[in-house]
Design a protein around this ligand. Structure first.
Ligand SMILES: C[S@@+](CC[C@H](N)C(=O)[O-])C[C@H]1O[C@@H](n2cnc3c(N)ncnc32)[C@H](O)[C@@H]1O
Length: 258
């Protein structure tokens, strides 16, 4: 799995990201700091997200759910040529500007367009603006209807071959979404092998360590058998393999035995 270079790690971006991950706190605009341990990506998850961003090499990244900016900085660090559009309606209320502060401290303000809006407001605007993306990270309001809406809107902007990454695959809503989406839409689960994005399950490599996959009573059988091998650190990456060409009444059963 590709690592961020030494230069990137010792840059303002690398230092800001490391500080947040190591302290579990993020400076806010009022000069204080907030605890981010409950909601931010872990170091392992941030590294994995960065590995996908680095392997994909997107021109533009779209992120739903910036929060304190851990995931934003991890993607910006791993894909240094990219620009990012990130959204979070609670940036100034709940997060007290922590994401904005992290972006400024990291020195990537010119690359990041931070919108203080909900995904159902910001994503249609992006479509109307003609935005294209090759890499989207969805980590917002974790309900089936919200994730479905976000993926549908992101898909309108996503190039074929681009990736949608989802976080918190331990949650029933996310498992239902991934099962539906991979059976009904032209998307395939992918992992990284030798720096390449491949449609193959994770291999038990020592450096990856124990994969984190939590199942629940309502986990669809299809998710259990076909998608779990592609999940790590609660992250699942899906690659778009084509535009949506289904007939108007298409529906594939997605809770079935795989
Ligand atoms: C789990 S946190 C994201 C953590 C972040 N990715 C990180 O690594 O630091 C979820 C975020 O989604 C935001 N959110 C909630 N509803 C949203 C919506 N409808 N659209 C966009 N973001 C939303 C919340 O304000 C919260 O900051």
């Amino acid at each position: 799995m590709p690592e961020a270079t030494t230069d990137a790690r010792s840059s303002a971006l690398g230092i800001t990201l490391d500080e947040m991950l190591e302290s579990g706190r993020a400076p806010t605009t009022d000069g204080n700091a907030i605890d981010i341990t409950r909601f931010a990506l872990s170091r392992a998850a941030a590294d994995l997200l960065g590995a996908f961003a680095g392997a994909c090499g997107p021109d533009r990244i779209v992120e739903v759910g910036c929060a304190s900016g851990v995931s934003t900085l991890a993607m910006a660090q791993a894909a240094p040529e990219s620009s990012l559009i990130v959204m979070d309606p609670k940036q100034d209320s709940h997060w007290k500007g922590a994401g904005r502060t992290a972006i400024e401290r990291a020195g990537i303000g010119s690359r990041v367009d931070l919108r203080h809006e909900r995904s159902d407001e910001a994503l249609p605007d992006l479509i109307a603006e003609g935005t294209r993306t090759q890499f989207a990270f969805i980590d917002g309001w974790h309900m089936l209807d919200y994730v479905m809406m976000e993926a549908l809107l992101v898909d309108r902007m996503l190039d074929v071959g681009g990736l949608i990454l989802l976080h918190d695959l331990w949650m029933p809503a996310l498992q239902q979404f991934a099962s539906f989406w991979t059976t009904n839409r032209a998307y395939e689960p992918v992992t990284i092998r030798s720096g390449e994005i491949v449609n193959e399950p994770w291999q038990p490599e020592p450096e990856i360590g124990q994969r984190e996959v939590l199942l629940c009573a309502t986990t669809p059988e299809l998710f259990r058998t076909e998608l779990v091998p592609f999940v790590d650190r609660s992250i699942l990456a899906l690659r778009k393999t084509g535009e949506d060409e289904r007939p108007w009444d298409a529906f594939e059963e997605y809770t079935r035995l795989a």
